[in-house]
Structures are given as structure tokens and as C-alpha cells.
Design a protein around this ligand. Structure first.
Ligand SMILES: CC(=O)SCCNC(=O)CCNC(=O)[C@H](O)C(C)(C)COP(=O)(O)OP(=O)(O)OC[C@H]1O[C@@H](n2cnc3c(N)ncnc32)[C@H](O)[C@@H]1OP(=O)(O)O
Length: 507
């Protein structure tokens, strides 16, 4: 029998939205929202608040991206009247809630913590609306040490090679993965869009039943797939409703203790959820240094190790909850797990409809999964994704303990670059590895993005003008074909190759 002082359990969860799509609430700073979510999580434990707060030894925060804090866990601790010994705030990355839950569980299993809080929240809707109205949130009494939107480091956007190719935003990079995945699965562009629309319609329904969802309005597959007013094409093949929605005010909190502490505090055994543990992996942050853009080596590795450690098979999970900033991410989770393609891997609702509070989305997933597991099911897999599919972490929760207690590993495995050598300022033919086009507000392709392979196996990448974008907007349908490119410092001229009877190449 595993020592109950070393078995990590979730005893309380809480999350909220402040305002909702089309109906913003009064501006509130993230710390306020996080404090309220924490109060909800503490209440959810059923334990008298003072008994619990006095025993909090750890507060770990997921980084807030909409407002700057020097010491968010410290500020929260003060508001709660807690005196934690261990506090930390993560760097940026959507995988952190899963990785932190694994870390906290590891520390409880290690005996270095007994009562921990895991928190996160964003107020990007408040911040954007306030600045648009000419009001600095600092003038509303928000925390000003240091306060303000966090300083922006262009290097966070991508490697030098990615910056050269213009691949400096998730809205541009995730469609490249989507289109390559579609090609690898033998799907046409239309089939890829159909899958995204079906999946996201199901997510919309889930969000409709989640009281913390930012946009609970029901969207059908047709609403999602068809560009039009309120759903402009952003980057092929994703219209607006397939893009993460960052302008939200949402927060979440999770209380984790040892099983022994939970029992001492009087938490009923059937209220606790066991953190079996997880696994994580980090791919090279330089997307262009990854050999295979139709899969996530880091996700595959995380899943393999988590399943091996827990001795589970993909079909053992009653609930699978994917990070869902863009459709390719839940699709990859389904593919890497080998689940049927009509699987709906969410009980949260995805970034488009539940809302996309950046780094803390998966905290809301942990809340939604915990609430669902208490009602229905035995085992859940929660997935977090950060960067450009760079940071992956999955964690397993169960209604019953694993026979060996905590079996996870919070330390990610670092995967090496696998791409071929790059060719810069190349002129000649390339086979398209993946391609996409970003659309302007006039509804036309404005910038194209291409990754290709030269006949001698080197990698070419760059961005195009509107003429190139018009060609590359065929996305998945174009992959595997050969085009002629001229690369001038990352600015590509792209021309179709029309093969004449004499095999001439013409522009
Ligand atoms: C690991 C990761 O998490 S990677 C993902 C990280 N998250 C992101 O990268 C966010 C990606 N999304 C975005 O940047 C933005 O949503 C964009 C650029 C796609 C669209 O933003 P905008 O250009 O400002 O939106 P646009 O002008 O087309 O539409 C405006 C309206 O739609 C809303 N809106 C903006 N984005 C979205 C969205 N993704 N989904 C639904 N509605 C949206 C706005 O709130 C606004 O509504 P209002 O008119 O009621 O005020």
C-alpha cells in the first residue's frame, strides 16, 4: 500500500470568466480574477477556509501575459493570508499548467510539499478595452509593481530563421502544421476544413455548457467553415473561429494536497482525484529546424512516456482533453494516440469558444476534467501545448490511485533538431513541404509562407507577396508539388511550374 502522505490528490478546483464575448464586464486585473478563482477552489474542497489556508506551503503561478507582476504568488498569498514556503511563476508556455501539476504532484510524492495552490489568469479583454477607451488600467488601481503589459522581446516570436521567413505568429505557423498533417493523412484542403469544422462545432457545444466559457454561443460546422462577416479568413485554412481567442478575462485555480492531508482535513475520499503523473518533451523552438512538420515529435514522446509510466493504453481514458489553440493541435493528439478521427478530445471547449487565456488555458482544462471525473468516468488525460508545438506536457488524473502512487516525471526531455541543412538566397525548383497564405481584411490572400525542399535535399523557407500568396492559398492541395522560387533575404518569388511537352519551365 502506497504511503498516503506521498500520494498527490486534487481536492478543489475553481474557474471563472468576467464578462463574455460581446458583453465585457468592468475591467478587473488578473490578480483579482485569480483571487476569486482561488476562493472558488478553496470552497470546492469543502474544508473550512482557515484550516486550509494556514497549511498552504506552495503557490505556483502560470505566467500572466496581459499584465506584469513581479511576484504574483506572493501577492496572492498576502490576499489569502497564506505564508507559502515555495512560490514560483513560470515563463511563457501553454504547457505549464500540466507541467506544474506534475511538478506539484512530484513534490508531494517527494515529501517537500503537502498543500499547494496552482493558479493562473488573464485579463486581456479588460486591458485591450481599457487602452482602446484611452484608459490606462494602472489608473484604475491595478497593481503597478511593475504593472503594465509585459515588455515584448522579438526573440520570443521565433528563431532568426523564422523571423527571416516571416514566421513570427501562431496564426501563421499553426496552419503550416495543419496543411502538412492533412497532406500526410491524404486529406484534401476541403477535407481538412471539414474535420476542423466538425471538431470545433463539437467544442462550441461543450463551451456552451461550461459556465466559465468566454463565448458560449453555439456555432455550427457551417458557421465555422464558411468565411464571412464575423468570421474572416485569417490564415488558410483557418477562418477566425478556428483561431485562438486571446481577448478574454478568465482565471482558474487548483488545490493539490497529499492524500493524508486531505483525509486529516476531512475531505471525503470520493471527492479527491489522484494525480498519477505525466511526462513532457521539448522540441527545438526553431520550427524550421524540425524535420517533420506534419506531426509533433515532442507530443509523441510525452504520450509514449506517460502511457509507459502509468501502464495505460489510449483507449483506457474516459476523458482526453487537448490544448486547442488551433484545430491541428487536437487533431495531432487524436492521431498520436491512435484514437478514431471522430474523437472529440475536450471537456473544456477549446480556445475559440471556451476562450484562449494563453498560458493558463490548461488550468481551466484541469478544472473541467476534475468536475467531469467527479460525475462520470475513471481516468483522464490532460494535455498542454506551448510555443509553436514546442513544449508538450500530458498528465493523467484518476478517480482511484495508481498502484505505485505518483509515477510521473515533471522534467521534460529535450529533442534534437532534425531538419535538413537550410539553403538561403536559393533560386530554383523546390518541392513544397508545407505552405499557407495569410489573408488581408479585404478577404484576399496577402502574404504567403512556404517551406520547401531543393532537389539536393536542402530546406528553403520564406514569405511571399500577394501574387505568391494567391498560389500558396491552395494549402494542403499544393503540398508535394514543385514550384520555382527565388529567395531574396527570406522574401520569396514563387511561380508555378507548367510542364510543357518539351518540359520547359515557364512563369
Ligand atoms: C501555444 C498557443 O497557445 S499558440 C496561440 C496563442 N494565441 C494566439 O496566438 C491568438 C491568436 N488570435 C489572434 O491573434 C486574434 O484572434 C486574431 C489576430 C486572429 C484576430 O484578431 P482581430 O484581428 O483583432 O479580430 P477581428 O478584427 O478579425 O475581429 C474582431 C472581433 O472578433 C473578436 N475576435 C478576435 N479574435 C477572435 C477569435 N480568435 N475568435 C473569435 N472572435 C474573435 C474580437 O473580440 C472582435 O469582436 P467585437 O467586434 O465584438 O469587439
Amino acid at each position: 500500500m502506497t504511503d498516503p502522505t506521498r500520494v498527490p490528490v486534487v481536492i478543489g478546483v475553481g474557474d471563472l470568466r468576467s464578462g463574455r464575448a460581446g458583453s465585457p464586464a468592468d475591467p478587473r486585473e488578473p490578480l483579482d480574477l485569480i483571487h476569486e478563482a482561488t476562493a472558488a477552489a478553496l470552497t470546492d474542497t469543502g474544508v473550512a477556509r482557515d484550516d486550509l489556508v494556514s497549511r498552504i506551503d506552495t503557490i505556483r503561478a502560470v505566467k500572466t501575459a496581459s499584465w506584469s507582476y513581479d511576484d504574483l504568488p506572493g501577492l496572492l498569498g498576502e490576499r489569502l493570508g497564506a505564508a507559502p514556503v515555495h512560490t514560483s511563476t513560470t515563463p511563457i508556455g501553454g504547457h505549464w499548467p500540466a507541467a506544474l501539476l506534475d511538478r506539484i504532484a512530484h513534490d508531494i510524492a517527494d515529501g517537500t510539499s503537502t498543500v499547494a495552490l496552482l493558479v493562473g489568469g488573464e485579463a486581456q479583454a479588460s486591458v485591450t478595452n481599457a487602452f482602446k477607451a484611452g484608459t490606462d488600467p494602472a489608473s484604475l488601481g491595478w497593481t503597478t509593481a511593475p504593472g503594465g503589459p509585459p515588455a515584448f522581446d522579438p526573440d520570443d516570436l521565433g528563431s532568426p530563421a523564422m523571423q527571416r521567413a516571416g514566421l513570427i505568429a501562431p496564426t501563421r505557423v499553426y496552419p503550416l502544421f495543419e496543411n502538412r498533417l492533412s497532406h500526410d493523412l491524404g486529406h484534401t484542403r476541403e477535407e481538412s476544413i471539414d474535420w476542423s469544422a466538425q471538431l470545433y462545432a463539437a467544442f462550441s457545444e461543450i463551451a456552451g455548457n461550461n459556465p466559465a466559457a468566454w463565448n458560449p454561443t453555439l456555432r455550427t460546422a457551417d458557421d465555422i467553415r464558411n468565411p464571412g462577416p464575423g468570421n474572416r479568413m485569417v490564415t488558410d485554412p483557418y477562418p477566425l473561429l478556428c483561431n485562438a481567442m486571446p481577448f478574454v478575462d478568465q482565471a482558474a485555480a487548483v488545490v493539490v494536497t497529499s492524500l493524508a492531508t486531505a483525509r486529516e482535513l476531512g475531505v471525503a475520499d470520493d471527492h479527491v482525484l489522484y494525480v498519477w503523473g505525466g511526462a513532457g518533451a521539448t522540441d527545438t523552438p526553431d520550427v524550421l529546424a524540425r524535420g517533420d512538420l506534419g506531426r509533433s515529435a515532442a507530443l509523441a514522446d510525452s504520450l509514449r512516456r506517460a502511457l509507459a509510466a502509468t501502464d495505460l493504453k489510449p483507449e483506457d481514458f474516459d476523458i482526453v482533453d487537448a490544448y486547442s489553440c488551433f484545430p491541428v493541435v487536437p487533431k495531432l493528439l487524436v492521431e498520436h494516440l491512435g484514437l478514431p478521427r471522430d474523437t472529440v478530445p475536450s471537456v473544456t471547449g477549446g480556445h475559440s469558444f471556451f476562450g484562449g487565456p494563453l498560458n493558463s488555458y490548461t488550468l481551466h482544462s484541469i478544472v473541467a476534467v476534475a468536475q467531469r471525473l467527479r460525475r462520470d468516468g475513471e481516468l483522464a488525460l490532460v494535455h498542454g501545448n506551448g510555443g509553436y508545438l514546442t513544449y508538450q506536457h500530458v498528465v493523467v488524473l484518476g478517480c482511484a490511485p495508481h498502484t505505485d502512487g505518483y509515477v510521473g516525471d515533471p522534467e521534460p526531455v529535450q529533442l534534437p533538431p532534425t531538419a535538413p541543412e537550410s539553403a538561403q538566397d536559393y533560386t530554383g525548383d523546390v518541392e513544397i513541404v508545407t505552405a499557407t497564405a495569410e489573408y488581408g481584411r479585404d478577404g484576399n490572400p496577402s502574404v504567403g509562407f512556404l517551406v520547401g525542399t531543393t532537389p539536393d535535399g536542402r530546406r528553403v523557407s520564406g514569405h511571399t507577396d500577394a501574387a505568391g500568396a494567391a498560389i500558396l492559398s491552395a494549402g494542403a492541395d499544393l503540398i508535394g508539388t514543385v514550384v520555382h522560387v527565388t529567395d531574396n533575404g527570406g522574401q520569396l518569388t514563387v511561380a508555378r511550374i507548367e510542364t510543357t511537352s518539351s518540359e520547359e519551365h515557364t512563369q
